[in-house]
Design a protein around this ligand. Structure first.
Ligand code: ADP
Length: 594
């Protein structure tokens, strides 16, 4: 992993070493150089003055006189070689008497030196000195001049000159040494600086790497740094922090897993939305209700993902007013259902952060409610009809008809008929409620189906004869089912009764069995009756549902027979159904496991 700040820190550290060395060494070098230059010049001047004084003592006043010029010249030549400098002698007027750099004759030609600053001072009786460019030698020279005394008066001046070159050479050598030392110090600063910086940076880098690991959620490796210094303290604190975070993360993970489990196992559909009505998450129930997937919805606007305008309108209201809404909404697509939708705002730091939509499927509750209502209405109605008749005939009888012997008997027979009907109805209702209450216990036994059907048929003898209906029992005699004989008998009775009631005169009834897959048998009761209109078929097994109410009642039906059949078969883990063509007949069937 690249650590962009690392290098700059190290270079900054090394640079600061550099700067410290540069500054301190530079200052030292600057003052040293200045002082050295001053000192060496001072030393040089002093030695020149001394040498000049020595030479001065060798030159007597006499030697400056004209006749002694040769001797003087020779002396000057000699001495200048010994001191390896230039030696010049002038008289009080400034005329050059001898010069080590000029021949005997050239000397005569030389310009007057009285105005040279050092000479001027010497002729005035002082020690003169000057650094200047020599027109004669074309280089910078250091001049020192002393007066030549005759007794106590000045008789001329002696001047010693050394090229500045040598001074400069000396200084240069010193400067070179200082510069080399300086370079060496810089090198040392670099090496030690780098070493020190690395020493500091290494553990810091370790900590940076570790902090990257920590921020990526990897707390498996801690920082190993045992020193008791500040960095050690930092490492210790970071390790502690990482440990705390790790524990917190674990805790949060467990909590979020639990929450997710709850969220996904809820029977209610739950949608979490942000304040822009964007779907944050949906649970499995929402996926099932709206036929969408998490991927299709999460991150999208509610209307893009779920496309339900009614709920979207309510969400908008909640996000605007921050007040919960509870509403019953009917969904027609993708499924026809009724939902109780509760939408609550999510308040985050005083502002609406989003909302929570909880969708409760109440289709079944509503269906059961409707069923119960219908059932009560139906039962009341069914009971009321015969009761009204009974009451009416009793009133008629009491109102005088009792005296009329012929009619009163007839009326009593009608009353009896209606009372029977009431009895049948109440029996069927009791039977049905008994079967529907889950308390019922089936008394299952090996039942030979053929025999059971034969017994039931024999009970219908007179009715069959009356209508001239032929019954054919083609069930295999070997067919044995594991069933509650009485209940199964009731099923066959009800089906056979309908097949007789709704059959035409001289019709037929066929009862047969078919083996269908999965170890199931299908028993069919086929008749040649009126058949059932296609539109009524889906509802035929409902309680009190009758194609022709009047006719059914007239035939003594309660509208509960098929309902009882359905429940008994379902208790045996079977299914019921009907195929029918209006006017041609019906095939009622049920299945049973073998
Ligand atoms: P019911 O007591 O009226 O016979 P059921 O529940 O047994 O009540 O039947 C409900 C309705 O189904 C009947 O009223 C009738 O309209 C119709 N039905 C039942 N069996 C047959 C059949 N074999 N042929 C024609 N219609 C039938």
């Amino acid at each position: 992993m690249m650590l962009p700040k690392k290098r700059s820190f190290k270079s900054r550290l090394v640079l600061s070493y550099f700067l410290v060395v540069l500054l301190s060494f530079g200052l030292v070098a600057f003052f040293l150089d200045k002082k050295l230059e001053e000192n060496s010049l001072h030393d040089l001047k002093a030695s020149l003055v001394n040498q000049a004084a020595l030479i001065n003592s060798q030159i007597s006043f006499k030697s400056t006189e004209k006749e002694n010029r040769d001797y003087l010249w020779q002396l000057v030549k000699d001495l200048s070689q010994r001191i390896s400098g230039r030696l010049t002698i002038i008289d009080t007027k400034g005329k050059v008497l001898a010069d080590s750099e000029k021949s005997r004759f050239e000397t005569e030609e030389m310009e007057n030196h009285a105005m040279r600053p050092e000479m001027k001072a010497a002729l005035a009786g002082r020690t003169g000195e000057s650094i200047r460019y020599s027109a004669t030698l074309k280089i910078d020279m250091l001049y020192v001049a002393l007066p030549v005394k005759d007794n106590s008066s000045v008789a001329g001046a002696i001047r010693l000159a050394l090229p500045m070159e040598s001074v400069k050479r000396n200084l240069l050598a010193i400067r070179q040494a200082v510069f080399l030392g300086f370079l060496f110090a810089l090198g040392l600063a670099f090496v030690f600086g780098s070493m020190l910086a690395s020493g500091i940076i290494k553990p810091i880098n370790k900590i940076i790497h570790a902090s990257h690991r920590f921020s990526d959620g990897d707390f498996s490796r801690k920082i190993f740094y045992s020193s008791e210094d500040e960095i050690g303290e930092l490492a210790k604190n970071l390790n502690k922090m990482a440990e705390d975070i790790e524990n917190k993360v674990k805790e949060v993970n467990i909590q979020s897993q639990q929450l997710r489990a709850v969220f996904n196992s809820m029977i209610e559909g739950v949608i979490v939305l942000d304040n822009k009505a964007r779907v944050v998450s949906v649970n499995h129930t929402v996926e099932a209700i709206f036929g969408v997937t998490k991927k299709e919805t999460e991150g999208k606007l509610f209307l893009e993902g779920i496309r339900n305008n009614d709920i979207a309108d309510e969400i908008k209201k909640v996000l605007e007013d921050a007040a919960s809404v509870s509403k019953e909404l009917a969904l027609t697509w993708p499924v026809q259902k009724i939902f109780q939708v509760n939408i609550s705002p999510i308040i985050d730091k005083g502002a609406i952060g989003g909302c929570l939509v909880v969708i409760h499927d109440i289709t079944e509750i509503r269906r059961l409610e409707t069923m119960r209502r219908d059932f009560v209405a139906n039962v009341s109605h069914e009971l009321k009809t015969p009761l009204t008749s009974i009451k009416g005939f009793i009133e008629t009888l009491l109102g005088g008809a009792l005296e009329d012997k012929d009619n009163s008997r007839h009326f009593l027979e009608i009353i009896q008929e209606h009372a029977d009907r009431l009895n049948d109805l109440i029996n069927d209702l009791l039977e049905l409620s008994h079967i529907e209450s889950r308390e019922i216990r089936l008394d299952k036994e090996k039942t030979v189906l053929f025999d059971l059907v034969e017994t039931v048929i024999s009970g219908f003898g007179s009715q069959l004869n009356k209508k001239g209906i032929k019954v054919e029992n083609s069930i295999s005699r070997e067919l044995i089912v594991w069933a509650d004989k009485d209940k199964l008998g009731q099923v066959i009775t009800n089906l056979l009764m309908n097949a007789v009631k709704f059959n035409k005169d001289s019709g037929f009834i066929k009862i047969y069995s078919e083996i269908i897959q999965d170890n199931q048998i299908k028993i069919v009761v086929e008749d040649s009756g009126l058949g059932i209109p296609a539109k009524d078929i889906p509802r035929i097994f409902e309680r009190f549902y009758r194609v022709d109410k009047a006719r059914s009642r007239q035939l003594g039906g309660t509208g509960l027979g098929l309902s009882i059949v359905k429940h008994i078969i379902e208790l045996h883990s079977g299914a019921v159904g009907v195929e029918s063509t209006e006017g041609l007949g019906s095939k009622f069937w049920f299945t049973l496991p073998v």
